[in-house]
Design a protein around this ligand. Structure first.
Ligand SMILES: Cc1cc2nc3c(=O)[nH]c(=O)nc-3n(C[C@H](O)[C@H](O)[C@H](O)COP(=O)(O)OP(=O)(O)OC[C@H]3O[C@@H](n4cnc5c(N)ncnc54)[C@H](O)[C@@H]3O)c2cc1C
Length: 184
């Protein structure tokens, strides 16, 4: 989820990188575990604003179901299921704000005047879980020759940005498929 803090006293720079370069690691703290990247906000003008991309340890998992009536896949995720993530992030950033007088949550940047985006993720994972929807090399059960080698193999949150883990799992699956002579 995203959050934004306004820092009256401190400039955050008009020129910003395209990639997050720093983060706040507050893991191993039970329900208020948070790893928050300080994400860029490259508007080209001084905004005195920090943007955070928070990863939390939310137990809730979404589900996909097939709706026979609409002949479509439906994602089961509600705003209420995001509440543990909002609560964890708020608990950590309330403390940071309290320790830094002159900093506030911005509520003028996200839809619904929300300080925390509870309707959005940068990091969707799961959907065709390794060893459940597929075999241990990513070949879809009941569909020989159809392979899933992406983030949908991961069953849930991993507590960090997922790209390297996704790449490692894909590499591992490819090694297994090649060793099994799957493409011989
Ligand atoms: C703005 C942003 C910043 C991020 N920053 C980071 C970061 O710093 N570090 C990190 O670890 N993660 C980051 N992530 C998350 C990371 O990018 C994703 O978790 C990762 O790319 C997912 O990999 P994937 O292979 O599962 O899917 P994707 O990388 O999304 O690959 C899916 C591919 O399938 C293609 N595709 C879709 N539909 C079809 C179709 N019908 N037919 C053919 N092709 C199709 C798409 O074009 C795409 O190329 C970021 C995500 C976003 C959105």
């Amino acid at each position: 989820m995203l959050s934004r803090r306004l820092t009256w006293g401190t400039a955050t720079g008009s020129l910003q990188s395209g990639m997050p370069a720093m983060g706040i690691s507050h893991w191993n703290d039970g329900p208020t575990s948070v790893f928050a990247e300080i994400a860029p906000f490259p508007t080209g003008i001084e905004m005195r604003t920090n943007v955070y991309l928070a990863i939390t340890d939310n137990d809730n998992l979404a589900s996909f179901t097939w709706n026979k009536d609409t002949q479509d896949v439906e994602l089961g995720w509600t705003t209420q299921m995001s509440a543990p993530s909002v609560n964890a992030t708020k608990a950590v950033f309330d403390r940071i704000n309290a320790a830094n007088p002159g900093t506030f949550y911005r509520t003028d940047l996200f839809e619904g005047r929300k300080a925390f985006t509870d309707y959005f993720t940068y990091h969707p994972l799961g959907g065709a879980v390794l060893g459940e929807a597929t075999d241990l090399n990513g070949e879809v059960n009941g569909a020989p020759g159809l392979f899933v080698l992406d983030g949908s193999l991961i069953p849930g949150r991993i507590g960090v940005n997922p790209f390297v883990t996704i790449t490692a799992i894909a590499q591992r699956c490819m090694d297994g498929l090649l060793a099994a002579g799957r493409f011989a």
